[in-house]
Design a protein around this ligand. Structure first.
Ligand code: ATP
Length: 247
């Protein structure tokens, strides 16, 4: 180990008195890489992100950031440590401007010059944020709103961004844009741990993939290898057994 930025190691977690959802989950995110969690509904993908960001304390196992044990840090401390979580669904405040939404991501920051520097950074990374800065966020398309959420999550200069279903509810064109922005985040040096239903598209974007089933990693490896795995294609990626192009 040692070279991974974020590690979930042998994590067990669940909700209240209900049975465990994560049953010994280990996931590793190397620096400036995109790692994608895929798998069937209820496998525990979103739960893994909640454990990583401190929203759900695990019952066993560890969360390490750059080798430091941050397992029982509260969400705000996780955020200042460098983990930013973009939740499932849309979380922009539609009646506020794009700029106001983005600046909400700086609420833990005191240094005005640092805030201005981050605003310039996210405007550069997401041109739509710069172009629509004073517009009401509710007037933007779903894909554009997702980019506002990304920009907000990057204000604190996170080392890892956790993205829960970034393409949810988006049409194919907006989905492509959102995945292009994920690549840009990685190019800008931020690691991404992403959960996606759109497994094929997500693996095409990711460096590494983990297929979760029943709260454990079933298969993991370079995303290109998972995409090329015929059995995996049939089980999770929608390839038909008779489709010669999936060979
Ligand atoms: N807040 C909660 N309270 C109780 N149970 C929950 C809660 N959130 C999730 N669960 C349960 O935990 C299990 C795993 O849910 P999770 O959302 O992590 O799965 P997932 O792999 O992300 O699924 P999906 O692809 O459907 O989003 C499910 O059985 C779900 O019902």
């Amino acid at each position: 180990m040692g070279s991974d930025l974020l590690e979930l190691v042998d994590v067990e977690a669940g909700y209240g008195r209900a049975a465990l959802v994560l049953r010994g989950l280990t996931v590793r995110v190397p620096p400036a890489s995109v790692v994608c969690l895929v798998g069937p509904n209820g496998a525990g993908k979103s739960t893994a992100l909640k454990v990583a960001s401190g929203m759900l304390p695990p019952r066993a196992g560890r969360v390490l950031l750059d080798g430091q044990d941050i397992t029982h840090h509260r969400p705000q401390r996780m955020l200042t440590a460098g983990l930013s979580h973009v939740l499932q669904g849309h979380s922009v405040f539609k009646e506020m401007t794009v700029g106001e939404n983005v600046l909400l991501g700086a609420y833990t920051m005191r240094d005005k010059a640092a805030i201005a520097e981050r605003v310039a950074f996210v405007k550069d990374l997401f041109p739509v944020v710069a172009q629509r800065w004073t517009a009401l966020a509710g007037a933007l398309s779903g894909g554009q709103q997702k980019q506002v959420e990304f920009a907000r999550s990057l204000m604190v200069s996170p080392r890892v961004v956790l993205l829960d279903e970034p393409s949810m509810g988006l049409d194919p064109k907006a989905t492509s844009t959102v995945f292009e922005q994920v690549v840009r985040m990685r190019e800008a040096g931020t690691a991404v741990l992403m959960v996606e239903q759109n497994a094929r598209r997500a693996l095409e974007t990711a460096d590494f993939g983990c297929v979760l089933d029943l709260g454990r990693v079933h298969i993991s490896g370079p995303a290109a290898d998972l995409l090329a795995d015929r059995r995996l294609g049939e089980l999770y990626l929608g390839n038909r057994r008779t489709d010669p192009s999936s060979a």
